[in-house]
Design a binder for this molecule. Sequence first.
Ligand SMILES: Cc1ncc(COP(=O)(O)O)c(C=O)c1O
Length: 440
Amino acid sequence: MNYSELAYFGGEPTVKKIKPHLEWPYLSDNCINEVTQYLKDRKPLSIADGSGVVFELEQVIKDYFGIDYVLTTNSGSNALHSAYVALNLKVGSEVIVPVSTFHASITPAIHCGLTPVLVDVSSETGNISPSAILEAITEKTSCIVVTHMFGHPVDLNEIVEICNRHGLKLIEDCSHSFGSTYFDRKVGTFGDVAVFSMQATKTVPAGEGGFLITSDRDIYERACLLGHYRGRSARDVQDPFLKQFAETGYGLKYRIHPLAAVIAKNEFLQLEKRISERNRITSVISQGLEESNGIIPPIIKEYVTMGGFFGYRARYIENKLFINDRPISVDEYIGILQSEGLEVHRPSVPPLDQMPIFRHNYVGLEYANHWKPRLLEPYLGAREFYKNLISIPSFMSLDSLPLINEYIKAIKKVSNILSPVTLQYKVGQHTHGLNDERPR
Ligand SMILES: Cc1ncc(COP(=O)(O)O)c(C=O)c1O
């Protein structure tokens, strides 16, 4: 083996399949047939009272989680907004959130007059750190929000204990973690309320959609009132004070589209099969990475299962791979893998403290001049977690196994050629007119 065998230096790429490699959304034939049939049957395209396919979907979700209340919405962001409103937190109070999550885990809180406090995350899993939470708690804290990042459950025992000790509410953002478990219990059933996004890239894709689950009737009724006026609120809101507002609710409209509900219902019924296939696929990838120098699979604690395994984030290990005795950077490594035909890249979303929207005191909204979160820098855990992260496609189908094996072959090829033990390049052989760092 020598450098010239790498596609980066003019060799043959290992993976020849044309990109994109990810067939997504990965919908079953049954799902496509049901959507078609729904339209042919002229079934309702707007459901205000939570009946029909919305009822059916929510029943499937209830059974899956063994939970009393489910409220579907038209997005995960709006499920989060409903959750914040439903908790009825004191205006001006602080909500502790991870610095590493999707922005919508926290932006609805700001619209509710709450101040997010961004805390650091574990450098191993990217999940909110219980010790960082403890350092951030003040007498103003009202709530903790956790995101089970990329499907890996957060340290729920510690966090639930902190919430109980300090009298804080807990929201679980489970958008990445459909079916993940923590000590054999499904995430989403630990907090006061849990929220899921069913946006097109999620494990259960509805196109656009989301839902919240809770076992607290009061939370459910308030969430209903925010975005489900008239039919559903008239039916489900029982609290005598709240019920008088059922006709208008709190004025927003967050109902799921019935076609999205048809898709989501079908996909939910496939979830356990999807999870088991996905786990088979990821274990094949992880095994391949274990056998390759310079890259390791994601860390998974022994007391969790990864459920939907949203995304697959491997980590580049520095100082293991070299070009002409010089250690290569993660970006060079990704470039070399891309040249081999792999659809790999850096994760697209940086930690939130780096985003302009969370760095400005005033963002053009007069009613939210408290927009800037309380920042507890430096975020060393988040920096370390993201530094060398590499995103590998979320292959879902066992049909992808031949392609996955090519990915592994390419990764092993790169590792073998760039590991010092196999550094056998002969000076002057390949120039290809490339930059100075490439072998000459
Ligand atoms: C962790 C997390 N929370 C919330 C959301 C928002 O969901 P939606 O896009 O359905 O509004 C997302 C979406 O990507 C997410 O990844």
